[in-house]
Design a protein around this ligand. Structure first.
Ligand code: NAD
Ligand code: MG
Length: 385
């Protein structure tokens, strides 16, 4: 029996993970489930899986969670520290699927237990990549990528020496505005931006896909997970999202991983690794799909790609600053406070005005993150004044 914890259990990735676990209840023992504010669903999940502990991120909801779990024998905890404590319980396998840099501390705590961490929470790796990879190494933890592209790359690498890799080709759907003209982008609404053509995901990553900041974050994520050098990681737009990424070796042999756009496939890969488990996912029907298309990304209409590559090249705290400014801007866009094109503009403005020393510890990352948020807020105030 494998002990498992899911951080961000009520979200899109969390629900897909629970779906797989519930199909084989004898194979897993649930240690911790967490959510930010959705007490009812968290309590229902904890009861259904017989979890040991349920943690709600918002401290003020502690009483409500305790009440919802009354008589179940499941421990109810709340707040940021409780998330970290739950991660430190040390499940064999932890799904890190909190959205945003809010997932950083729990993810680090899970890695420090030396277990296996399935990483969906790309923002934490983008913000603290060097420190996170080092913590995983030091603890002997296994970090398995769940982001579909990185999971694809991991599978295509199949343990090969990175020295034999000539290129990593990160595929991108191009999002809902792949063919939209720049002069028609200013009026894009949150509802249009979250309607992804291929994937069903949480709101934040859906907006990131629409601006293509998601691919920018994934470029940084790939550079930490697979350190072949940034100039060897290319982005290729592939609207059908059938090829999830590719690895080209120095002999010019190129390996690709394909599958239906269903996150349960990469999650199942990480859950069973190094074995394989059956999933209820649709088999790939290439005859029906008929054709696969490819095109170069357009950095003019999608400046986030340029900003993320520049932050990656700069290194140090720049990726954390890029990520924090983006988180603030995306939240403001979703709240209807700023326009679609303002997102990248805000990120660029913060990156231009603010730099911080290379973080030596997680607190340094969080300090740069906090300052970038303040500065993004200032730009927004100017915009909306
Ligand atoms: P989501 O918004 O659907 O779910 C986020 C989860 O995190 C929820 O359970 C929420 O309660 C929790 N959460 C949010 N803020 C929190 C906070 N401050 N403290 C504690 N918990 C908090 O998001 P999602 O789409 O499932 O994405 C989760 C992560 O996985 C993101 O980093 C995303 O980039 C990544 N990812 C998602 C997909 C996908 O298909 N959805 C694919 C690849 C990578
Ligand atoms: Mg992805």
């Amino acid at each position: 029996m494998k002990s498992v914890s899911i951080f961000g259990a009520t979200g899109s990735v969390g629900l897909s993970t629970l779906d797989l676990i519930r199909r084989d209840p004898d194979a897993y023992r649930v240690v911790a489930l967490t959510a930010n504010s959705d007490v009812d669903n968290l309590a229902a999940q904890a009861r259904a899986t017989g979890a040991q502990v349920a943690v709600i991120g918002q401290e003020r909801l502690h009483g409500a969670l305790r009440e919802a779990l009354a008589g179940s024998g499941i421990e109810a905890a709340a707040g940021e520290d409780a998330l970290v404590e739950a991660a430190a319980l040390g499940a064999d396998w932890t799904m890190a699927s909190i959205v945003g840099c809010a997932g950083l501390k729990p993810t680090m705590a899970a890695l420090r237990t030396g277990g296996t961490v399935a990483l969906a929470n790309k923002e934490s790796l983008v913000s603290a990549g060097g420190l996170m990879m080092e913590a995983a190494r030091a603890a002997g933890a296994t970090l398995l990528p769940v982001d579909s592209e990185h999971n694809a790359i991991f599978q295509c690498l199949a343990g090969s020496d990175l020295d034999s890799v000539s290129r990593i080709i990160l595929t991108a759907s191009g999002g809902p505005f792949r063919t939209r003209r720049l002069d028609e982008m200013a009026d894009i609404t949150p509802a249009q931006a979250v309607a992804h053509p291929n994937w069903s995901m949480g709101a934040k990553i859906s907006v990131d896909s629409a601006t293509m900041m998601n691919k920018g974050l994934e470029l940084i994520e790939a550079a930490y997970l697979f350190p072949v050098g940034l100039d060897r990681i290319e982005i290729l737009v592939h609207p059908q999202s059938v090829i999830h990424s590719m690895v080209e070796y120095r002999d010019r042999s190129t390996l690709a991983q394909l599958g239906s756009p269903d996150m349960r496939i990469p999650i199942a890969h990480a859950l069973a690794w190094p074995d394989r488990i059956a999933t209820p996912c649709q088999p790939l029907d290439l005859a029906r799909i008929g054709r696969l298309d490819f095109e170069a990304p357009d950095p003019e209409r999608f400046p986030a790609l340029r900003l993320a590559r520049a932050a990656a090249n700069e290194g140090g705290a720049a990726p954390a600053i890029l990520n924090a400014a983006n988180e603030v801007a995306v939240a403001a866009f979703l709240a209807g406070r700023i326009g679609f094109l303002d997102i990248a503009m805000i990120v660029e403005d913060v990156l231009d005005r603010y730099s911080a020393p290379t973080p030596c510890a997680i607190d340094d990352v969080l300090a740069a993150d906090a300052q970038a948020r303040v500065m993004a807020g200032e730009v927004m105030e100017r915009l909306t004044a």
